[in-house]
Design a protein around this ligand. Sequence first.
Ligand code: UD1
Ligand code: UDP
Length: 386
Amino acid sequence: MLHVMTVVGARPQFIKAAVLSRKVRTKKFSEIIKETIVHTGQHYDEMMSDVFFRQMGIPQPDFNLGVGSGNHGEVTAKMLQGIETLILELKPDLVMVYGDTNSTLAGALAASKLHIPIAHVEAGLRSYMMVMPEEQNRRITDHLSTWLFCPTQVAVKNLEKEGITNNGSCKPDVDNKAVLVCGDIMYEAYLYYKDKALMEGGAIVQLIEKPFVLLTLHRAENTDNPERLSSIFEALNQFKTYPIVFPAHPRTRKCMEKMNIEIAKNIHLIDPVGYFDMLSLENDCEFIITDSGGVQKEAYFAGKMCITLRDSTEWVELVEEGWNIVTGTDKTKILNALQVCSQGEKGNNVKLYGDGNTSDIILNSILKNVEILRDFVPQDDKQTSS
Ligand code: UD1
Ligand code: UDP
């Protein structure tokens, strides 16, 4: 039995882990893999955490470290300590981490120090802006990981530039890496939950005046910088073509209050919504404005244009294929992009993020590469390898 410890803690990680944790519990894998879920407690509000476990049927975490909010060093240290204690006690064969949050970094660092192999899902993404906490977290995690599950070939190339390549005969240690293209785990989540989400989450869009535009905003580089935050809302406040629905991350709401940011009457600031409501909003909106990583991809899944309020994006293929306009926080650029998107512009009809079987590829690859489990590998699945 392979014992996998999954470390999650922030909203997008619950969504990414949902499909994999479900797959681990299917008949095919449940006899050969056991999963322990560790929630660091980085996100803790009902609408930032519990709602996802409930709606998406994610198994309740076996442990919640309850670290809460604080400075980066403080919370990462608390997570590191808590995860280390659990690893020492439970002795997992593998630690699975997702994305690029402080919870990702803490999981990877704790495992690496104890020589436990790490599987990083959503490996190889780069913004090339080391000032971003996410860029620091993902780079360190990639360099510590044994399995690097990349959503695209672009991510594989990014890793190559840093000397991280597939050595083909992976044994579980940090110097022998398996780099694989497995498609995007959020695409699989989207395909798996979409129908249910549109049925159950539809209620929110009944309450909203249509047509509308969807906005999310939470990245530290925007919310914590008064100039950037003001510039974003100076642009958005001038946009009168459609109402804007804005489910605001608690961080953003706090920063807007502190900085006395005023918003136009057609911007409807609401609490964060659950995943099902979010997919419904994405499905029914005209286009999306965001600084989120996940929402940029979901815009494309839903066939919607996206304006990205960041200076660069990791998801470069969305820009190349015409689905994403990266504006940063420059007022003129934002207003121009709003005009383009209001005219109904669309990107190219291309498939960018795999076939929606990412969790199968990940689990099969891990099982095939763990020598002790070779005899137990399911024989019926194909695997894509770079
Ligand atoms: C974190 C990730 C970011 C990711 C985002 C997803 C890091 C460094 N950043 O950013 O990459 O895009 O999660 O949503 O890990 N807060 C609450 N309630 C909660 C959670 C947070 O009120 O349940 C507030 C607190 O004031 C907290 C602030 O939000 O200080 C920021 O939370 P934090 O987890 O530090 O970072 P995020 O901005 O959520
Ligand atoms: N999301 C959600 N409710 C919201 C805002 C976002 O369910 O109010 C979902 C969104 O659909 C996507 C994920 O959260 O699946 C993206 O997470 P977030 O934007 O917090 O983080 P990032 O992807 O930037 O790391």
